[in-house]
Design a protein. Structure first.
Length: 109
């Protein structure tokens, strides 16, 4: 069933982006203990990939849930804003704030 497959893919996407978004706010601590996260190994790539990942699962969930245009647009806009923040603001404090906004968007879902 394509809806079930899409649901699993969205869940996996949310899980992966949650882990990735968490890594940005703690790169200093991770470096100190020798962890190799995507945010450390490929910082630019890891930030750039957040936007399409967030948008993909936002679109997917909108389809699965059969959202009308306005809530689907709101969910996608929030995903876009979170992805844009990850690309534009790169300080630890900014990453902490962006992670908070990410959690708000994930909680809405």
């Amino acid at each position: 069933d394509s809806v079930a497959t899409l649901s699993v893919l969205c869940s996996a996407g949310i899980f992966c982006t949650t882990i990735q978004s968490q890594d940005f706010k703690d790169t200093e601590g991770d470096r100190l203990i020798g962890r190799k996260t995507l945010a450390i190994v490929a910082p630019n790539l890891s930030r750039i990939t957040m936007m399409p990942a967030l948008l993909m699962w936002s679109f997917g969930l909108s389809i699965i849930w059969g959202l009308h245009l306005v809530p689907a647009f709101a969910l996608s806009t929030l995903a876009f804003l979170v992805g844009a923040r990850f690309m534009a603001y790169k300080s630890v404090k900014s990453d902490q704030r962006t992670f908070y906004l990410y959690n708000v968007s994930a909680s809405i879902c």
